[in-house]
Each structure stands twice: as structure tokens, then as C-alpha cells.
Design a protein around this ligand. Sequence first.
Ligand SMILES: Cc1cc2nc3c(=O)[nH]c(=O)nc-3n(C[C@H](O)[C@H](O)[C@H](O)COP(=O)(O)OP(=O)(O)OC[C@H]3O[C@@H](n4cnc5c(N)ncnc54)[C@H](O)[C@@H]3O)c2cc1C
Ligand code: SF4
Length: 493
Amino acid sequence: MGKKTGFMEYSREKGKEQPPLERIKNWKEYASRLTDEALQIQGARCMDCGTPFCHMGMEIRGSAAGCPIHNVIPEWNDLVYHGKWKEALERLLLTNNFPEFTGRVCPAPCEGSCTLAISDPAVAIKSIERAIIDKGFENGWITPRIPVHRTGKKVAIVGSGPAGLAAADQLNQLGHSVTVYERSDRAGGLLTYGIPNMKLDKDVVERRVQLLSDEGVHFILNTEIGKGVTADELKKEFDAVILCTGATKQRHLRIEGSDSEGVVLAMDYLTSTTKSLLDSNFEDGQYLDMKGKNVIVIGGGDTGADCVATAIRQNCKSVYQFGKHPQLPEHRAVDNPWPTNPQVYKLDYAYAEADAKYGRDPREYCIQTKKIVADSNGHIKELHTIQMEKVISDEGYVYFNELPGTEKVWPADYVFVAIGFEGTDSGVAEQFGVKVTNNRIAAKVTNYATNVEGIFAAGDARRGQSLVVWAINEGRNVAESVNSFLRTQAIAQ
Ligand SMILES: Cc1cc2nc3c(=O)[nH]c(=O)nc-3n(C[C@H](O)[C@H](O)[C@H](O)COP(=O)(O)OP(=O)(O)OC[C@H]3O[C@@H](n4cnc5c(N)ncnc54)[C@H](O)[C@@H]3O)c2cc1C
Ligand code: SF4
């Protein structure tokens, strides 16, 4: 423990953020880091508790408590406090393949479980994590680690999201020859075409993909397994295959008028915007422009928030985000005690931007869209809604009652549908003969093996739409399991 009284002397300070009205004029990352001195003070706030809940990584009632990859947080907090940045980097890389991603986009369940957070604001763990890795790259401490020995075993990974990349990194370092197949034109999965540039700059993703490539991982882009290359071809050529195909099959809105022009799936909007930005800085016009439009996002989650922030940067006339659930409380509810992930009201980046630009938080709570009405050209004109009341029965069942008299009509030029994901595209799994249950590839968490020998699955494709940090966790774990499988195979030969 660096400074015994640090937690009493210093206040929490998180990373710097460009003011909302400034940052909405561009697509650059809005968050940056504090000075080294300020970060050392933040490190000094860590109490080095006897039982550090921040790195337990347990799932309690469906959400994470503590870091899912068990980052050794108190250790690197102490090293940062003492100015030992390189040593802190070494500790961080023991558990996290890509801190530059989590340090930017992780919702930081570690901070919700920080012991200091019982009485005071949590230690700024995520900011410290990002600073350690960013300094590592800036100082040239991160260089390609090319394996000295190759085992002669070949592994194919389908999908280059964080799960696929983490598995590739681990297996490559163990000496196996890894080929990653990706159907998109760029690697990274949702890190590239999902999370918007202002949250995670795509140069940061490309830098990591380049590093993995320099270390020997072979990337084959623009290739959809199951179409261009078949499952049988992969089975024949490789000793093991890992399916990390994500869970981006979107849930469609099925109400009257939802086939109107201007009703668009959130992922189509986000993906085309990022692609056009990366390809041509929007010169190619291959994106939907919300300039001067009334925009409504249906779906109260993070994907919807990213649509809000994207539409604001395009100068939309108005933007609202409809959610089914009531507004979260300011403080933890009794059934959401520490160290579980705090379910409390926050003004996330997109909402702070809407608030600054339009003078209001764009979220509308407990609202149900009843129908969509189009104009004579078939383009959306308005949305009809009703307010709802959330009721919990004595048996604990949750249901929603419509409140008569609360009907409302909203003018809208575009509606983005962000009501969640159904699961993985089952086509490729079925081609491998792999079982899919409830839209997830069936593979046990104990070994990530599917019902077909030599075929494994990890990430959102296995667990359902989740978080980058869980994808990294699954990528690391499936690699361990594949390595055991390959070693057993080698002994048997
Ligand atoms: C809009 C949005 C914003 C998000 N923001 C955050 C955030 O801020 N923080 C956070 O922690 N999490 C966030 N998430 C969740 C996070 O991005 C995912 O949980 C994570 O990326 C899952 O990783 P994965 O590797 O399992 O799958 P993915 O990242 O989905 O990658 C799967 C890859 O497989 C490829 N693929 C699929 N089928 C084939 C095939 N047959 N052949 C070849 N390639 C194929 C896909 O093209 C894709 O590139 C967000 C998700 C969305 C949708
Ligand atoms: S990966 Fe996420 S949960 Fe883990 S230490 Fe970093 S911010 Fe916290």
C-alpha cells in the first residue's frame, strides 16, 4: 500500500473530458488522461484491502461484480503511486491482453466493487488502467513478442472481435499458428464497427491488430466462413477451430408501420457511419445524415445511447431515446447492495451532450411505441406512444401496465431500433454441425468445447451480447482449453 492515508487525503478525479459542446463538433475520442502526478495521487487512494473485491469478477444476478479478468488492481495502483509505470504495465498485461480497449470502454464493474466506494467515490481504476497502457505504447515499452518455437499446430479463429483477438494472442504466444478469419473489411468486430469512434478511436484498434500481425497472427479479411470458405475446408486444414462470431443478430421492431422508410436498425446506422468516416471522412456519402432531422431511438440501452451521440454529431434537429424501464434511482436500491454493480442514474456521454445542446436529457422512460405512421411516400412521419407503469407482483414477476390518457404523437424523420440482440447468426455454427441453444452456441464454460470435437466457441456467440471485458475473459479461457486439447492430441499421435 503506497500511502496509508491517501484515501482520506485525496478526492476522486477521473480522466479529462472535452466539454460536450466542443466535442460534438468532431468524431475524436472525447476522453483523455490526467497528468502523471494527478494519476499517482489517484493511485494513492487505493487502500490495498485485505480482500480486494475489485478483482473478484463474479456474476451476481446477471451482472459483473469486480473485474471479470481479475486484473490485479491494488498492485498496479501501488506501482503507479510510486511512479513505477513500467512495472505497473507488466502487472497489467499479466491478466489483460488489451487494456487500451477496456481502459476506454469498460463500464468498470471493478469500481462498483471498490471497498472505498462503500463510503466515498471509488478509486479511479479505469483511468489508471488506460494511462498505464497508453504510456506503455508512447514510451516504446510494447514491442512485438515473436514466439521462438512453433508447435506445428494450426488454429482457425472465426471472428476478430475482442474474444477472437484475445484467443489469437494467447494461442500465438503458446507457439501455435493462428489464422483469424473476418467477414468485414477491417478487423476488430464491434470494437471497430459498433462502438463509435468518439469512445474508441479506430487507430487504437488498428495498432493492436498490427501488433498481433507482427507477432505472427495471420488475418484474412473480407472472408465469411460458411460462404466464401466452408466449414469442411476449415476442419480439414486446422487442428482446432474457435467460433467467435459475436451476437449481432438484431431484434426487429414488430409494430404497425415498422416497415416504413426511415425505420433503421441501430447497427446499420452505426456501422455505416463509422465505415464512411474511416474510408473517406464522410466524402463518399455512404451513411445516413441526420442533419436537420427529428430522430427517435427506440431502446434504452448503450447501443441506443451511441445512436444519440452519433445523430448529435450530425447536427440533428431533435433527439429522444425511448426506454421501457423507469429512471434508475440516484443511489443504490436495497436489493442492489455493494459490491454488486450499482444500478444508478448516470448522465453518460451521449446524454450529457444532448443536455448541453438541447437543454434536456433525451431519455423518455416507461414509454411504449404503439404504432408508426408514414406519409404518402411511405416515409415515417410520426410515432404514437403511451406511458406505462412497471409493476412487480407478489411472486416477483415484472409486468407493465399501459396508462390510459397518456397517449402522445411524436414527429419523427428517422427511428433507430436498438431493442437488443437476439443472439448469434446460427448459420455458420450449423455448418460445423455445432448445436445452438437459445440463439447461443452451446459450449460449456468449463472448457468452451462444442458438441463437435475440435470446435470451440467463445465471446458473445456463446454467452450472448455482453461486454468487451467478458469477451477478453472468454478469449483467454478458450485459448487455455484449446491448448490442452492440442497437447493431448500431440501426445496421442
Ligand atoms: C453499439 C455497441 C456498443 C457497445 N459498447 C460497448 C462498450 O462501450 N463497452 C463494452 O464493454 N462493450 C460494449 N459493447 C459490447 C461489446 O462490443 C461486445 O460484447 C464485444 O465486442 C463482443 O466481442 P466478440 O468478440 O464476442 O464479438 P464481436 O465483437 O461481435 O465480433 C464478432 C466478429 O465475428 C465476425 N463474424 C461473424 N460471423 C462470421 C463468419 N461467418 N465469418 C467470418 N467472420 C464472422 C463479425 O463480423 C465480427 O467482426 C457494445 C456493443 C454494441 C453493439
Ligand atoms: S477491465 Fe474493466 S473491470 Fe477490469 S480493471 Fe479495467 S475497467 Fe475495471
